[in-house]
Design a protein around this ligand. Structure first.
Ligand code: 26Y
Length: 820
């Protein structure tokens, strides 16, 4: 009977509208007479959500019945952006929904704009996790994401007087239709306390963890629909709540208020996302977040495994867990603790299971981003885990000692415990030792970790444990959704939209690279996308930009290693060059709009100074009558996923100009090229593989290679090298006060001068300016430019995150898709 009663999904416009009105009137308790865009967005979302839940249930049932190995992707960040457009597209109901709301007097675009971004991440690492869960579902792998349900995502950025000002991102204010609270799925998580040893019935000495503080983890499930498949996977986000029996002692002693405020503290654990990107700061609350999320997730995973009644030796045949950077590394220790302390397994048997379960992805070689927890802090919060780490380390070092009997330096170098004061737990080493595979995210990066930061571990384990999986992006969001017109044009030549699932089919447009008619349509679409961005700039910055100008874009987190300072210095160079020109000379200039965007970590002074300089240059240049349309400078405030969807399709050139060897991969580089923009970049990260795929005639590369960086730094440190003369001129202009009091920029100028220039701005400046000149020249030949753009897109198939996920599935997770 209940099968007949099951809800029917809407199948056409009319049945959608029925659902829509029902949700307005009952779920939202509003009437259609006062249904504004926000209510309409919520009602439409509820209708689509119902569909996702039906598909979610079927998928989970099927996956449970099949009982195949699953992948669990542990990430502290999921930078999902908006869900509605993606859900409509993947579920194949976009047309129905669009015409349905249209009829009722709404515009779908306006409804989509109502949705706040789910901005539960900082940048590349978090967005990669979002692309990966999309691909895992779209390729029918059984897999879940596990993360934290932050109440506050990455802060909102406003620009006030040229400076970044942060405000909280309370994204849940109007409810979130894309999550399903599961109050019944609650896990108790413990902190602090002490360990006690005792002898059990079998005469074995065992350790127990007792006392301490308890909080509850509540599951919130976010359905992740695959594209053009029924598979709908789960992203489970944990929220912290006080346990039910809170502080009875205080309660009974009459200190009611303070017992309530104590219990409220539990909720702060999952309250806010730490806004640092590629920068470690050893805050206790951050470690609490990590353990809270890991303990809840592992409890969930182990519970699911135990339901199958298999022996523990089957665990890693059923479960693969991927560590997205070191943030979840404590999971290695937690699983060992569960197996040994709770389930009574022998240490060695347990450890084999642990190592074959975990894989670890490294995302950075920057020393300031590597997590190291002070031992006293760690041992206070997680006393039993520290003991287990000491044991893991002991057994590991014994093994190393056997392999290299006389090498005491080696032991000190690879020990999980760094002998500093205080001692520190090196999380990356723990992750390597606790995993069967370690991977970097682009070829150069994977080579670098093997030869630099993890060199000793390659000596110990051999190089098979270390591999590369080059990052990818989902073409559903980053082509079809962000650039529907280009997607449609491509489909007209490929013959269908199949390329959205098999991105190598893009190759089919290559024969049309020189076809005038195809080129014309290609150009029109770029212009349309530039107009869309120009409207945004007009609305938010009040600046008019010409659509004939070259749109030059650098949008990403602000960081010295990404070298936005070098970009703005070159803009100043361009400005003074144009200022010195005659009217005749100016006719030869390629007009440019230099677009910047990105957030600085709130405590990162240098990055904030760069933002201020960009805004000051913008103010001066845009209001200089000598310049006109030849140069405009724009800082787009509050760069996020939904803004990226507008900005990326509009670029002619995008900049990925990190000091060689510092950007692990980059993923926006892939997004820009996939949307027909060309790259101006260094020989770094995935730029290298993009060059190999699209051909070196279709990318503008410059600068020193990674292999020379050490030498250059060494020379800088020990010699008083002269500044690049063009850079000197730029710094002189800044010093002259044209862009405001020179003291504002003192430390920024100092940081690129002489022996301080760690990111080699001065060393690369000449080559950078030359590359810029070449861009200006080549842009004038639009016919060639467009054919390069088409050729580049045709060769981007490799950078689909579907391909990346297939590689992980095959060589790390050993999982198979579940047939539909
Ligand atoms: C230690 C902690 C506070 C921390 C927090 C965030 C450390 C690192 C990060 C974020 C790192 C990150 O986003 N890395 C980027 O990962 C991308 C996906 O692999 C790469 O494309 C990109 O080059 C890399 O910077």
């Amino acid at each position: 009977l209940w099968q007949q009663l099951a809800i029917k999904e809407f199948t056409d416009k009319e049945s959608f509208q029925k659902e829509f009105v029902r949700h307005v009137e009952t779920t939202l308790a509003r009437s259609m007479y006062n249904c504004d865009d926000l209510a309409a967005y919520l009602a439409a979302s509820q209708s689509i959500r119902d569909r996702l839940i039906v598909a979610w249930n079927k998928t989970q049932q099927k996956q449970t019945t099949k009982d195949q190995k699953r992948i669990y992707y542990l990430s502290l960040e999921f930078l999902m952006g908006r869900a509605m457009d993606n859900a409509m597209l993947n579920a194949g109901v976009k047309e129905i929904t669009k015409s349905g709301v249209d009829d009722l007097g709404f515009k779908i675009e306006d409804l989509l704009e109502q949705e706040p971004d789910a901005a539960l991440g900082n940048g590349g690492l978090g967005r990669l996790a979002a692309c990966f869960v999309d691909s895992i579902a779209s390729t029918n792998y059984p897999g879940w994401g596990y993360g934290l349900r932050y109440q506050y995502g990455i802060f909102k950025q406003q620009i006030v007087d040229g400076y970044q000002v942060e405000s909280p991102d309370y994204w849940l204010a109007f409810s979130n239709p894309w999550e399903i609270p599961r109050y019944e799925i609650a896990v108790d998580v413990m902190f602090y306390g002490y360990t006690r040893k005792y002898t059990n019935d079998e005469g074995k000495t065992v350790s127990v963890w007792e006392g301490g503080e308890q909080v509850q983890a509540i599951a919130y499930d976010v359905p992740v629909p695959g594209y053009d498949t029924e598979t709908t996977n789960n992203l489970r986000l944990w929220a912290s709540k006080p346990t039910r029996e809170f502080d009875f002692e205080k309660f009974n002693s009459g200190d009611y208020e303070s017992s309530v405020s104590e219990s409220q503290k539990a909720e702060t654990i999952s309250a806010v996302l730490y806004p640092n990107d590629n920068f470690y700061s050893g805050k206790e609350l951050r470690l609490k977040q990590q353990y809270f999320w890991v303990a809840a997730s592992l409890n969930d995973i182990v519970r699911r495994f135990k339901k199958s009644n298999r022996p523990w030796s089957d665990f890693s045949d059923q479960v693969a867990i991927q560590l997205n950077d070191t943030h979840p590394t404590i999971a290695v220790v937690e699983l060992q603790r569960i197996l040994v302390d709770m389930e009574g397994l022998e240490w060695d048997k347990a450890w084999d299971i642990v190592v074959s379960t975990f894989g670890y992805t490294n995302h950075t070689v920057l020393p300031e981003a590597l997590e190291k927890w002070p031992v006293p802090l760690f041992g206070n919060l997680l006393p039993r885990h520290l003991e287990i780490i000491y044991n893991i380390n002991l057994f590991f070092l014994q093994k190393v000692e056997k392999m290299f009997p006389k090498d005491r330096d080696m032991l000190a170098r690879v020990s999980i415990i760094e002998e500093s004061s205080p001692q520190q737990v090196r999380m990356a080493y723990l992750a390597i030792i606790g995993s069967h595979k370690v991977n970097g995210v682009a070829e150069l990066h994977s080579d670098l970790i093997k030869t630099t930061i993890f060199k000793d571990f390659v000596t110990i384990y051999g190089s098979d444990k270390f591999m590369n999986v080059t990052n990818g992006i989902t073409p559903r969001r980053w082509l079809h959704q962000a650039n529907p017109k280009l997607s449609e044009l491509i489909a007209s030549k490929v013959g269908s939209y199949k390329f959205l699932k098999d991105l190598n089919l893009l190759k089919k447009i290559e024969p049309f690279a020189k076809d005038p008619e195809f080129q014309k349509k290609w150009t029109e679409i770029k212009r349309f996308n530039k107009a869309r961005l120009a409207a945004h700039i007009k609305k938010h910055n009040g600046i008019d930009v010409s659509l004939d100008a070259l749109f030059d874009v650098q949008v990403k987190r602000i960081h010295e290693y990404k070298r936005q300072q070098m970009n703005i210095f070159s803009v100043i160079h361009r400005y003074i060059t144009i200022k010195a020109m005659t009217a005749e000379e100016k006719k030869e200039v390629t007009p440019r709009v230099c677009i910047f965007g990105g957030k600085s970590a709130p405590g990162y002074y240098m990055a904030k100074t760069i933002i201020k300089l960009v805004n000051s240059v913008s103010e001066v240049v845009n209001n200089d009558a000598d310049i006109g349309d030849l140069l405009k400078v724009v800082f787009i405030a509050d760069y996020n996923v939904s803004k990226a969807e507008v900005i990326i399709p509009a670029s002619d050139i995008s900049q990925h100009i990190s000091t060689a060897g510092t950007e692990a991969s980059g993923t926006s580089n892939m997004k820009f090229v996939l949307n027909g923009g060309l790259i101006l970049g260094t020989v770094d990260g995935a730029n290298i593989e993009i060059t190999r795929e699209v051909g070196e005639e279709n990318i503008f590369l410059f600068g020193h290679l990674a292999e020379s960086v050490d030498d250059l730094r060494h020379q800088r440190r020990f010699n008083d090298l002269p500044l690049n003369p063009d850079l000197q001129k730029v710094l002189d202009v800044i010093d002259s006060g044209v862009f405001g009091d020179k003291d504002i920029y003192g430390s920024l100028v100092y940081s690129v001068t002489g022996s301080r220039d760690y990111y080699l701005v001065s060393d690369d400046f000449q080559s950078y300016l030359e590359a810029q000149k070449l861009v200006d020249k080549d842009f004038k030949d639009q016919t060639t430019w467009v054919s390069r753009s088409i050729t580049a897109v045709a060769n981007m198939g490799f950078f689909s995150s579907d391909r990346a996920i297939d590689e992980y599935a095959e060589s790390i997770w050993n999982i198979e898709p579940v047939a539909n």
